[in-house]
Design a protein around this ligand. Structure first.
Ligand code: HEC
Ligand code: HEC
Length: 532
C-alpha cells in the first residue's frame, strides 16, 4: 500500500518537475552527504540556517534562493555545475566554507552538488539555459609598471575606491553602509589579502569576478562598462592586474620565528622609517577568541605583519595590520551595531553590550621569563597563578603601557612601558614598540636576550567592529629571536669571499648545535608547534 502511494507521488512529481527524473538517483546519495556534512551550517532545508550559522559572518549560503557569489555566468544568472563544484572542492577562502576535495570522494561531491540544486526550483526550470561567459586570456606583456598604472586609473575612475578605499584596504566611504542581500553587514574585501578572495587570488580570478560580480553582495559586475565602451576588455585586465599587485605574490607562509637582526646605532623608531623596508616581514594569522565567554566569531583583523631589529641594547618591533576604521570613528557606529546584532544570536554567550565607539587595540605578549624548555604560560593571556608580560597599545588615548595579565580580565600596569609610535594610513595601522632589552624589574618584565627563543603572541581589537575585552582576535605562541652580531672576524675579512661563505656556514652549524644543546628550541626551520 505504502509503496504504491510513494510510486504514485513520484510519478506525479516527475510529471510536474521533469528535471528531477535526471537527478533522482544522485540526490538520494547526495542528501546523505548533505545531512552529514553540510546541514550543520547550511540547514536541513538548505536555508542557510543550520545550528552553527549564527556564529558566522558571512552566513552560510541559503540554497533556496539560488544566488551564488562565484560564477562564470553573467550577473544575476544561475551558476554552472562546474562553478558549484569549484566552490565545493576548493571552499570559499576568507569564510567558514571549507574545501571538500580530499574529505569527500569525487562521487560524493558530485552527488551533493546535484542535491543542492534541488533546493531551488530555478535549477529545475529547463527553459533557463545556463551558459558560462567567454573570458579572454590575460593580455601579453605582463603586469609591468605601465599596465599597473593604467589599472590604477580605472580603479579610481569606475568607483572601486568608494567601497575598497584609496589604497584598497576596504575602507572606502561607502564601506560602513554595506549589507548583503539578506541584510547582514558585509565588509568590502581587503584587496591586500588576495588569499582570502572567495573566488581565488590570481589576476584571472579577479578579472572573472569583475566580469560577473559577486551576486548577493554589493560587489557589482563591470561587464556592462565594456559593452558601453567605457573601457576595453584589456583595460579590465589591467585593473585586475593592479588589484593583484596589491597583495604579496605568494600567500604569506606562517613561520615560527621572527628574526630580529642586530644593527649598529639608532633603531628605526618611526613606523615609516625607510629602514623597515629592508627588513623581513613575518605574517601571523589571528582568529576569533572562541574559548572564553563572551566569545567572538567575527574578528575584523585577520592577521598582523611583524618586523623586528635590535642594537644590543634596545629592541624595535613593528606591527602592521589592516583595519578599515581608525577607531573610535562614529561613521562606523551603525555598522558596528549591525555586526553586534548579527552575532548576538549566538546563545552560548550573553548579548553583547550596545555599540560604543571603542578604540582599536593591539597587545604583544611575552612570558615574564624566557623558558628553558617548551613550557609557556597559557597563551590566552596567562592565568592568575602564571601571569604574562604584555605591551598594550590603544588608538585612543594613543599610548602603550606594559603590564601583567592574569587571564583576559585582569591587567596590572608596570612602569616599563615601551615607547610607541603609530600611524594610521588608509586602512592600515603601523605601530613601532621600542624597549630596552634589560630593565630593572627582572621579576616581572621579560628580559630580552640574544640567541634565545623568546615566546611571543599577538592580540588585536577593531573598536568599530564592536571588539573590546574578550571579543578580540588572537594568535597562538610564536618566537622572537634576537640574532647575534656577525663576528668581527667575518666583518674584517670581506676580501676573501670564499672564506666568509665557509665561515658563515660553520657559524650556522655551531649555532644549530648550541640550540640542540638547549633542548632544540627556536632556530630557523624549527618544526610547527601547536602551542595552544
Ligand atoms: C562550517 C560551515 C560550513 C559547512 C560545514 C559547509 N559550508 Fe558551504 N558555506 C559556508 C559559508 C559560511 C558559505 C558562505 C561564504 C560566503 O558567502 O562568502 C558557504 C557557501 C557555500 C556555497 C556557495 C558558493 C558560492 O559561490 O556562492 C556552496 C555551493 C556551498 N557552501 C556548499 C557546501 C556543501 C556542499 C557543503 C557540505 C559538503 C558545505 N557547503 C558545508 C559554510 C559551510
Ligand atoms: C558598492 C561597493 C563596491 C564597489 C563599487 C566595488 N566593490 Fe569590490 N567588493 C565589494 C564587497 C562588499 C566585496 C566582498 C564580497 C564578499 O564578501 O563576498 C567585494 C569584493 C571584491 C573582490 C574580492 C573577490 C572575491 O573573489 O572574493 C575584489 C577583487 C573586488 N571586490 C574588486 C573590486 C574592484 C576592482 C572594483 C572596481 C571596479 C570593485 N571591487 C568595486 C564591494 C564593492
Amino acid at each position: 500500500m505504502k509503496a504504491d502511494r510513494t510510486a504514485l507521488l513520484a510519478a506525479v512529481l516527475l510529471s510536474v518537475y521533469p528535471a528531477i527524473r535526471l537527478s533522482a538517483q544522485d540526490t538520494t546519495a547526495g542528501k546523505n552527504v548533505y545531512v552529514k556534512w553540510c546541514a550543520g551550517c547550511h540547514g536541513e532545508t538548505g536555508a542557510g540556517d543550520g545550528p552553527a550559522a549564527s556564529t558566522m559572518l558571512p552566513r552560510p549560503r541559503n540554497f533556496t534562493g539560488a544566488v551564488y557569489k562565484v560564477r562564470t555566468t553573467a550577473s544575476g544568472q544561475l551558476p554552472t555545475d562546474a562553478d558549484l563544484m569549484r566552490a565545493i572542492d576548493d571552499g570559499l577562502p576568507g569564510s567558514a566554507m571549507p574545501a571538500w576535495k580530499g574529505r569527500l570522494s569525487d562521487g560524493e561531491r558530485r552527488d551533493v552538488m546535484a542535491y543542492l540544486k534541488t533546493f531551488s526550483s530555478f535549477f529545475a526550470d529547463t527553459s533557463q539555459h545556463i551558459a558560462a561567459l567567454t573570458f579572454s586570456k590575460e593580455p601579453g606583456g605582463g603586469a609591468g609598471a605601465a599596465a599597473l598604472k593604467e589599472g590604477r586609473l580605472f580603479y579610481d575612475s569606475i568607483g572601486c575606491r568608494k567601497c575598497h578605499g584609496d589604497q584598497g584596504h576596504g575602507d572606502g566611504p561607502s564601506a560602513p553602509t554595506l549589507k548583503d542581500d539578506a541584510g547582514f553587514p558585509i565588509y568590502a574585501a581587503d584587496l591586500h589579502q588576495s588569499w582570502r578572495f572567495r573566488g581565488g587570488p590570481t589576476a584571472a580570478d579577479i578579472y572573472r569576478r569583475l566580469r560577473t560580480g559577486l551576486d548577493g553582495t554589493p560587489m557589482p559586475s563591470f561587464s556592462d562598462l565594456i559593452d558601453q565602451k567605457f573601457l576595453t576588455d584589456e583595460q579590465l585586465w589591467r585593473l585586475a592586474q593592479y588589484v593583484r599587485s596589491l597583495s604579496p605574490a605568494e600567500t604569506p607562509e606562517v613561520r615560527d620565528v621572527i628574526h630580529a637582526a642586530q644593527i649598529a646605532g639608532a633603531l628605526p623608531a618611526a613606523p615609516d622609517d625607510s629602514a623597515w623596508a629592508r627588513l623581513d616581514r613575518y605574517w601571523f594569522p589571528l582568529v576569533g577568541q572562541v574559548i572564553r565567554k563572551p566569545r567572538w566569531f567575527a574578528p575584523a583583523v585577520s592577521g598582523v605583519w611583524v618586523q623586528a631589529v635590535h642594537n644590543g641594547r634596545e629592541l624595535a618591533l613593528r606591527v602592521s595590520w589592516d583595519d578599515r576604521s581608525q577607531s573610535p570613528d562614529t561613521a562606523w557606529l551603525a555598522f558596528e551595531r549591525r555586526v553586534l546584532e548579527t552575532m548576538a544570536s549566538d546563545d552560548s554567550s550573553p548579548p553583547p553590550s550596545a555599540a560604543e565607539p571603542w578604540p582599536d587595540q593591539l597587545a604583544v605578549q611575552f612570558p615574564r621569563h624566557i623558558p628553558d624548555g617548551m613550557e609557556r604560560p597559557y597563551f590566552l593571556m596567562g592565568a592568575a597563578t602564571d601571569p604574562v608580560y604584555q605591551w598594550r597599545w590603544t588608538s585612543q588615548p594613543r599610548r602603550a603601557v606594559a603590564g601583567l595579565a592574569r587571564g583576559i580580565d585582569q591587567f596590572d600596569a608596570l612602569p616599563s612601558a615601551p615607547a610607541a609610535q603609530a600611524v594610521y594610513d588608509h586602512g592600515e595601522w603601523r605601530v613601532v614598540f621600542t624597549r630596552a632589552l634589560a630593565t630593572p624589574d627582572t621579576a616581572n618584565d621579560v628580559q630580552l636576550a640574544t640567541g634565545r627563543a623568546i615566546p611571543v603572541a599577538f592580540f588585536a581589537w577593531d573598536g568599530s567592529d564592536g571588539e573590546h575585552g574578550s571579543r578580540m582576535a588572537v594568535s597562538t605562541w610564536y618566537f622572537l629571536a634576537l640574532d647575534r652580531p656577525t663576528p668581527a672576524s667575518v666583518v674584517v675579512s670581506p676580501l676573501i669571499a670564499m672564506v666568509v661563505t665557509l665561515g658563515l656556514g660553520m657559524l650556522v652549524i655551531v649555532r644549530a648545535q648550541r640550540r640542540g644543546g638547549q633542548g632544540g628550541q627556536g632556530g630557523r626551520g624549527a618544526g610547527r608547534r601547536s602551542g595552544v
